[in-house]
Design a protein around this ligand. Structure first.
Ligand code: C5P
Length: 234
């Protein structure tokens, strides 16, 4: 895979939601393509930091650990994560101002924290149950976006449905969006989806795409088609 040395993100992070034994054969099939890799909790807790370090030597890695704890603990954990050589990791914006400001101070050109606002699994009833005064998910997402942005973060994870509204609030931010499906691909468990070109047109900086690539009969052809579609858009 192409190692991107600049501050730019790869156009697509492939979600490696799979067993450790399946990763190497998948990377072999995708070798040489301009792709990043997303490692989530499932793979990280199977494999640990050494495995992530090895991946990060081969391709830009998005380590999706969604940090949320007291500011000191999160800052200490974040410093360890930065040592792994990954390009970005995620934090919950709901961790609050002190936690977010502490993280912004640890950012480097090649390592950033991306804020997660409201999880797409959380609806109005869920936010109401958490005691959130304004439980509209879109409103609450914008509130948390402004908080993280004020604290110095400029990277966000959001759905293709939210990205245009958030980019309108801040055009210089980076937005990574999952929930992407090429036309004709299986939806799997994703409900509100956009095509790769659509998500980019709405303002995404990079896409997270898993099963449409990793479960395709020919993952390399699927990834190439997605990259071509995005390139065509841009
Ligand atoms: O296979 P698929 O393309 O649906 O994978 C999407 C990836 O993005 C998964 O790792 C999933 O956990 C993650 N994700 C998501 N929706 C969110 C946040 C993360 O699909 N709201």
């Amino acid at each position: 895979m192409v190692q991107d040395q600049s501050h730019r993100l790869p156009p697509v992070f492939v979600a490696l939601d799979m067993a450790q034994a399946e990763v190497e054969p998948m990377l072999d099939r995708l070798e040489g393509l301009n792709l990043g890799l997303k490692v989530g909790m499932e793979l990280f807790y199977q494999t640990g930091p050494d495995f992530v370090r090895q991946l990060a030597a081969r391709a830009p890695v998005f380590l999706d650990l969604k940090l949320h704890d007291i500011p000191n603990t999160v800052a200490s954990a974040a410093a360890r994560i930065a040592d792994l050589g990954v390009r970005l990791t995620t934090v919950h914006a709901s961790g609050g101002r002190a936690m977010l400001e502490g993280l912004a101070a640890l950012e480097r050109p090649d390592f950033r924290f991306f804020a997660v606002t409201v999880l797409t699994s959380a609806d109005r009833a869920e936010l109401d149950g958490l005691g959130i005064a304004e439980p509209d998910p879109g409103e609450h997402a914008r509130h948390l976006f402004r908080l993280a942005s004020d604290c110095g973060l400029d990277g966000f994870v959001c759905s293709p449905q939210e990205v245009a509204a958030l980019r309108a609030l801040r055009d210089d931010a980076l937005f990574v969006t999952p929930g992407v499906r090429p036309a004709g691909a299986a939806r799997d468990d994703q409900s509100r989806i956009a095509t790769p070109a659509d998500a980019m047109a709405r303002g995404a900086s990079s896409l997270v795409i898993g099963r449409p690539i990793t479960r395709a009969a020919d993952p390399r052809a699927a990834a190439e088609a997605i990259l071509a579609e995005i390139d065509g858009h841009g």
